[in-house]
Ligand binder design. Structure first.
Ligand code: ASP
Ligand code: MG
Length: 416
């Protein structure tokens, strides 16, 4: 007997026909004594549609009411799914977050799961029912409905898998798994069989959109094996699991990119204590998230430059804020920026044990004539900011150079 949590995303349940197909698939894959918990998203586009309605009522919609509204999307899919299952002759029961209960904090539209009651779910499973749970929602201590933030159904699934000690959590989506890079950019992109939580966290935060990053962090914390696979094919997908020694044999697991950032430099600021805080406090007070930050050593004249990146959607606001920062820091060089940049990154746990990976990345970019504006690294990642127009070229060149189309490239040969 196995206990499996299966989550289906918005495109998988995008219309009534698709919901029936998902019900058929869940039933076909279930052996008689398996226990199955299904978590569903709203139909694709539904959460956006509801958000638009809300915005037409109130410029900044009330967050409590927003949760009452948005949670309705998942209420529709789980109830229809239960009906479809019953029509197939399999008993099934749907639960909303506040019926189970999935307890969260009170942070409306961005709540965090704190505890889950498993009694109702276990009773129903023991009665041989398939249980279908509305993703993305919970209930707070006041009994108010909460939602977990966009993409939150993945987190519901992982949290349920953790608390139920499920054998696996399968995330069904509209792609076949996690790829070595974006298949739309590089036709040699290969589906990865197994990847570690840490690599997936880097890939998810760097721009790979398949899994919600919070769900990966949760899976890592509770050691829940995730299987990311397609609703529309039977093929095995990608397993996201605890790091294995074999994974370290490979220096680089994937190349990813993010076109959502912009670069800003404030030049000629005095190299003194207190300057960084004068630059970044107004930015963080405005709720703007800064990603990479580079500050150089004083170049001999007591001055330095600071370069950093923000979300592209925050670029204009940040540039405006910096006008007063230029005054308060007496920056002699003013502020420059560029919106058309890409952050391109290579990720792999093998980097911990293999040297020369970063320098190989730089030489690959140099050979393609691509200038690097900024570099940042972590234990298992190297990121470079480049001009946006070279994104595709850079991805293909790096994918080739690190032989990612092969399952196990020879590392020694990789390093020149
Ligand atoms: N329906 C929600 C959204 O579109 C949650 C989810 O699909 O994961 O963000
Ligand atoms: Mg999703």
């Amino acid at each position: 007997m196995a206990l499996i949590v299966q989550k289906f995303g918005g495109t998988s349940v995008g219309d009534p026909e698709r919901i029936k197909n998902v019900a058929r698939r869940v039933l076909n894959n279930k052996s008689t004594d398996d226990k199955t918990v299904v978590v569903l998203s709203a139909m694709s586009g539904e959460t956006n549609r509801l958000t638009k309605f809300a915005l037409s009522m109130q410029k900044i919609p009330d967050r409590r009411e927003m949760d009452v509204l948005l949670s309705s999307g998942e209420q529709v899919t789980v109830s229809l799914f239960a009906m479809a299952m019953k029509a197939l002759g399999q008993d099934c029961i749907s639960f909303l977050g506040d019926q189970i209960k999935i307890y969260t904090d009170c942070s409306h539209t961005n709540a965090r799961i704190q505890a889950i009651d498993t009694e109702k779910i276990m009773d129903s499973l023991n009665d041989n029912k398939i249980v279908v749970v509305a993703g993305f929602q919970g209930v707070d201590e006041n009994g108010d409905i909460t939602t977990l933030g966009r993409g939150g159904s993945d987190t519901t699934a992982v949290a349920l898998a953790a608390i139920l000690e499920a054998d696996a959590c399968e995330i069904f989506t509209d792609v076949e798994g996690i790829y070595t890079t974006d298949p739309n950019v590089c036709n040699k992109a290969r589906k990865i069989e197994r990847i570690s939580y840490d690599e997936m966290l880097e890939l998810a935060s760097l721009g790979a959109k398949v899994l919600d990053i919070r769900s990966v962090a949760f899976a890592k914390q509770y050691n829940v094996p995730l299987h990311v696979r397609s609703t529309f094919s039977e093929a095995e997908g990608t397993w996201v699991i605890k790091e294995e020694t074999a994974m370290e044999g490979k220096a680089v697991s994937g190349v990813t990119y993010n076109k959502n950032e912009a670069r800003i430099t404030i030049s000629g600021v005095p190299d003194q204590p207190g300057i960084a805080t004068k630059v970044f406090t107004p930015i963080s007070n405005a709720g703007i998230v800064v990603d990479m930050i580079i500050q150089n050593q004083d170049t001999g004249n007591g001055m330095t430059d600071m370069t950093f990146t923000v979300l592209r959607s925050d670029y204009k606001r940040t540039m405006k804020l910096l006008e007063s920062v230029v005054e308060s820091t007496q920056a002699t060089g003013g502020v420059q920026g560029a919106e058309t940049i890409t952050k391109i990154s290579i990720v792999g746990v093998g980097m911990r044990n293999h040297s020369g990976i970063a320098s190989k990345m730089f030489s690959v970019l140099a050979n393609e004539g691509v200038n690097i504006f900024m570099i940042s690294t972590s234990e298992i990642k190297v990121s470079c900011i480049i001009d946006e127009k070279y994104t595709e070229l850079a991805i293909r060149a790096l994918h080739d150079a690190f032989e990612l189309e092969k399952d196990t490239p020879a590392i020694e040969e990789n390093l020149v």
